[in-house]
Unconditional design. Structure first.
Length: 289
């Protein structure tokens, strides 16, 4: 049985009349890479901030490593959270920030941090407030990976990074995860390019968990069915249709859910085209209002 290292139970958090989280329940297992997905305002950052005691829930609880996580001095050093927004003192130099982080996390690998700085061409003598947006992200990546914390969380880790540098990050993440297994939670809007590194996707909509499943299952269960409108309507009857559109005389339905190979062959025999739904599109359809 897999070990649960982080669990939320009935988390509810409101800002005025807006419910950021609504009786939210989720479990994260040891040594997995999770993609935390949701539109702006879905509740992702609120969840991460509550998990790391940056803010507090109105009701419900968070347990981490078998203990109540709220302001727990035994638990919090096991969690490295690199948020999207500034968290470092602006006048500190990069090397000072990395040294400070090295003193907080028990398993911090300073040599690995040095190697990452070289790989990402991060100038350790620069002050934080002199870094570009991209290099701010790189500094958070360096600390997050080098922390070797049992639970490492990145909120939008690749903001401001070009495609080549993002690719270095994904490669480093997989390599270091392979050599030093631990749990990663990665919140990102760049779903299509990062989906391949996730073992499970957690999708949040309006403060509620709407899907938690293996990414491979997510992709296997999503199909476009296209053809003449009458044939598509007949084929889609009884299936979970999450999106429809028409182009000229062709109707396209996106269906989500397990469909047997026999059913897919039947649809193809009826002259319909069956094709996979890109992960980014699937996310959009599942989170539409």
């Amino acid at each position: 049985m897999s070990e649960i290292i982080l669990e939320t139970k009935n988390l509810t958090k409101s800002y005025g009349n807006v419910k950021a989280l609504d009786n939210f329940n989720v479990k994260f297992e040891k040594d997995k890479i999770y993609g935390l997905l949701g539109r702006n305002g879905a509740g992702k950052t609120t969840l991460l901030n509550i998990t790391t005691s940056r803010i507090f829930t109105d009701s419900g609880m968070v347990t981490a490593f078998g203990e109540n996580a709220v302001e727990n001095g035994q638990v919090l050093p096991k969690i490295c959270y690199m948020p999207e927004k500034d968290m470092f003192m602006h006048k500190m130099k990069v090397r000072e920030i990395i040294k400070h982080a090295g003193g907080f996390y028990a398993d911090f690998d300073m040599q690995y941090a040095e190697n990452l700085c070289e790989k990402f061409v991060l100038d350790k003598n620069k002050k934080y407030n002199a870094l570009s947006r991209g290099y701010e992200s790189i500094l958070r990546i360096v600390i997050g990976l080098a922390s070797r914390a049992p639970l490492t969380i990145f909120d939008e880790p690749v903001l401001g990074l070009d495609a080549a540098v993002r690719d270095i990050f994904y490669t480093e993440l997989i390599e270091d995860f392979t050599n030093n297994p631990r749990t990663f939670i990665i919140s990102t809007h760049l779903i299509e390019e990062s989906a391949d590194i996730f073992e499970e996707a957690i999708i949040i909509k309006n403060g509620q968990l709407i899907e938690q499943t293996a990414c491979e299952t997510l992709k296997e269960n999503a199909h476009y069915v296209s053809g003449k409108a009458e044939a598509v309507d007949a084929a889609a009857a009884g299936l979970n249709v999450i999106h429809t559109e028409s182009v000229a005389s062709v109707k396209i339905c996106a269906i989500y859910g397990k469909v047997s190979p026999e059913k897919l062959r039947e649809l193809k025999a009826a002259g319909l085209d069956i094709s996979p739904v890109p992960v980014q599109k699937l996310f959009i359809y599942l989170t539409e209002n």
